[in-house]
Design a protein around this ligand. Structure first.
Ligand code: S3P
Length: 186
């Protein structure tokens, strides 16, 4: 752990596309700067006692988003906290506003090509599956990633800090974020 840092906003939110590394980088960053850590998807799973895939299948995306909003509202004042958001958390403009006003937004940026490479074997992302929950074929998956990427990139790009993470080792990315956070010290 580095020396304790004191930031102008007391929370750090990691955002970015599915597969951008939010859940991997979040706990390491939190440990490095001595903050608590929360992964939104895991918190939703703990609360509902279901996997993300089961929630989408059995209760639908709207219900998933309502639990997501509820958890954000509960943790939004937690001091010294790193949060790994879900890829879609910030697509609700009101939720984006709440998150942006209470924390520093860090966008882990990855190209669609790299996302395809990271995601094409995964089965735990309902938004990247067909309606029966089966994995998409290569052209369909590339298309789906590109469509979501195009609609979300403008939102992610509003982040306070943007780091490219395509071929970067996790430790290097964490170091980059910690350095860039120094611009946000109190
Ligand atoms: C989603 C991303 C997922 C999860 C859910 C919806 C999205 O989280 O919240 O499957 O809308 O992009 P990760 O970004 O952690 O994969």
């Amino acid at each position: 752990m580095t020396d304790q840092i004191s930031l102008r906003k007391d929370r750090i939110f990691l955002m970015g596309f599915m597969g951008s590394g939010k859940s991997t980088i979040g706990p390491i960053l939190a440990n490095t700067i001595g903050y608590d850590f929360l992964d939104i998807d895991r918190a939703i799973e703990t609360r509902t006692k279901k996997s993300v895939t089961e929630i989408f299948r059995e209760d639908g995306e709207q219900y998933f988003r309502s639990v997501e909003r509820d958890i954000i509202s509960q943790i939004i004042a937690h001091p010294r906290l790193v949060v790994s958001l879900g890829g879609g958390t910030v697509t609700d403009p009101e939720l984006f506003r709440v998150i942006a006003s209470s924390g520093i937004l860090v966008y882990l940026k990855v190209t669609p090509e790299q996302l395809y490479r990271r995601l094409h074997r995964k089965t735990d992302r309902p938004l990247l599956a067909d309606i029966e929950g089966n994995r998409l074929g290569e052209p369909e998956l590339r298309d789906r990633i590109q469509t979501l990427y195009t609609s979300r990139e403008p939102i992610y790009s509003k982040a306070d800090i943007v780091v490219m993470t395509d071929d970067t080792r996790v430790g290097i990315t964490v170091d980059q974020i910690v350095k860039l956070l120094s611009r946000h010290l109190r």
